[in-house]
Write a protein that binds this ligand. Sequence first.
Ligand code: DX5
Ligand code: ZN
Length: 220
Amino acid sequence: LHSPLIAPSILSADFARMGEEVAAVSHAGADWLHLDVMDGHFVPNMTFGPGMIAALRPYTDKPFDVHLMIDPTDPFIEAFANAGADHIHVHIENNAHVHRSLQHIRALGKKPGIAICPATPPEALQYVLDLVDIILVMTVNPGFGGQKFLESQLPKIRTLRRMADATGRDIRIGVDGGVDVHTARLATEAGADMMVAGTSVYGRKDYESAIMALREAGRP
Ligand code: DX5
Ligand code: ZN
């Protein structure tokens, strides 16, 4: 088992100082930067698009982990790749031809990830596991930071860990939503090895100790 990676979500950062906020968590020990793209249609909130991501790219060398909560997805994949995304997550729920989306991400030289909402069963990912490098298990209904971690998703993480290991490929499992020092522990015990954290990093004064605390809590 990997020691878990920490990916602060800039959704909870100060939007008026985003460049500095990205640089700050990067210096504070973040492994990846998690960027939540919302369109007001697939989810009931809006954030930013490829222009923002391109503008943030010079502020860190860390991988950009881009979570697309948009519908449709396919027409925008190339724009996010060109903007500097390293990993691109698409949702299983709204992409009927998701193999095409995932293959497109791979063909652009980026890591494909599949995101799965709380109500979607783990078996929905069975036929895409050979195409993904990361599974992003939503532990809240996507749209907003600061929601409560849904412990009902822990058995799903366990099932997906078994399914991912059975492929023989190296697949990371991330959890996204409501991650704090308590739920980080539950998630990693269930088999997660990446944690997105918005409020529990950007909501704290000291980003470095916040990231360290999450890393420590999730240590196998
Ligand atoms: C929710 C987003 C998350 C969000 C998590 O729709 O996908 O990445 O930023 O925020 P916290 O950690 O505050 O739950
Ligand atoms: Zn996210």
